[in-house]
Write a protein that binds this ligand. Structure first.
Ligand SMILES: C[S@@+](CC[C@H](N)C(=O)[O-])C[C@H]1O[C@@H](n2cnc3c(N)ncnc32)[C@H](O)[C@@H]1O
Length: 226
C-alpha cells in the first residue's frame, strides 16, 4: 500500500462507515484491504480528480477523500438510500471535496469530467464507453470486469486511457456484485448468466419453476447496459 493510501486509510475508521446504527454491517460494504489495494492500482494521489462507481457504505469514498486532499471525488450509486447515508457521513466527516449522486454509474458523471481516475466497485457487463470518454488522457481505470459469460467469473482490471482508448490492461484478482440498472437486494442471485431466471412483465425476477414458462438467459433489464 502506498504511503498516500496508507495514511488516508489510517485516518478513516472502517466500522463507522460500514456499520448501521443498529450494529449490523451494511451488505454493500467491501473489505478494507481490497479497497486499499485497488486504490493503489488507481494511483490515487493528492490533487487527483476521481470518479467512483458504487458508493456503498461510503468507506472507499472516505479513504479517497482523505487521499486526494485538494482534489475531488464524485461518488455514484444506483441506490438513493445509500447515497443519502454516505452524503450525511461525508458531511459529518467534513469531506468538502466529495459529491455523491444517485444515478446509474454505467453512464459515469459528465459534469465533473475528465477524471484522473475512474474506479468501479461493481462489475459492468462491458467496460462502459462513458468511463473511457470521461477519463483524462493518461488517466487510469480500475474496475472489476467479466472474464467469461459465467456468473461470478470476474477479475479486476487496470488500464490506462491513451488517445481515447483503454490500453495496457492488466488483470488482478477480485470480484464484486454486478452493475445493475436497478437496486439489487438479493445478492445471492446473479442478474446475468442464470438460465433458470426470467422477468415477469411487470414483476420481480424469480426462479422459473413452471416448465411451460420459457427461460431467458438474461434476467433483469440488461439491455439498458449493452
Ligand atoms: C460492493 S458495493 C460498493 C462498496 C463501497 N465502495 C464501499 O466502500 O463500501 C457495490 C455498490 O455498487 C452499487 N451499484 C450497483 N449497480 C450500480 C449502478 N448501475 N450504478 C451505480 N452504482 C451501482 C450497489 O448499489 C452497491 O452499493
Amino acid at each position: 500500500v502506498t504511503d498516500t493510501v496508507a495514511a488516508a486509510a489510517a485516518a478513516v475508521d472502517y466500522d463507522s462507515w460500514v456499520m448501521t446504527d443498529d450494529g449490523h454491517p451494511i451488505p454493500q460494504s467491501t473489505t478494507d484491504y481490497l479497497i486499499h489495494n485497488m486504490l493503489v492500482l488507481l494511483g490515487v494521489a493528492p490533487g487527483s480528480r476521481i470518479l467512483e462507481i458504487g458508493t456503498g457504505s461510503g468507506y472507499s469514498g472516505a479513504v479517497i477523500a482523505k487521499a486526494v486532499g485538494d482534489g475531488h471525488l464524485v461518488s455514484i450509486d444506483i441506490d438513493a438510500g445509500l447515497v443519502e447515508r454516505a452524503a450525511g457521513l461525508h458531511q459529518k466527516a467534513n469531506h468538502t471535496n466529495v459529491e455523491v449522486h444517485a444515478a446509474d454509474g454505467f453512464l459515469g458523471w459528465v459534469p465533473a469530467a475528465p477524471y484522473d481516475g475512474v474506479i468501479g466497485w461493481t462489475t459492468p457487463h462491458v467496460l462502459p464507453q462513458a468511463w473511457v470518454d470521461q477519463t483524462a488522457d493518461q488517466g487510469v481505470i480500475v474496475t472489476p470486469v467479466k472474464l467469461a459469460e459465467v456468473a461470478g467469473a470476474n477479475a479486476v482490471v487496470r488500464c490506462v486511457v491513451s488517445q481515447g482508448q483503454p490500453r495496457d490492461g492488466s488483470p488482478q484478482p477480485g470480484s464484486f456484485i454486478e452493475l445493475a440498472p436497478e437496486v439489487i437486494t438479493d445478492f445471492a442471485l446473479p442478474i446475468r448468466y442464470v438460465d433458470a431466471s426470467r422477468v415477469e412483465a411487470a414483476g420481480p425476477r424469480h426462479m422459473a419453476l413452471d416448465p411451460a414458462v420459457p427461460l431467458s438467459r438474461d434476467a433483469v433489464g440488461v439491455s439498458a447496459h449493452r
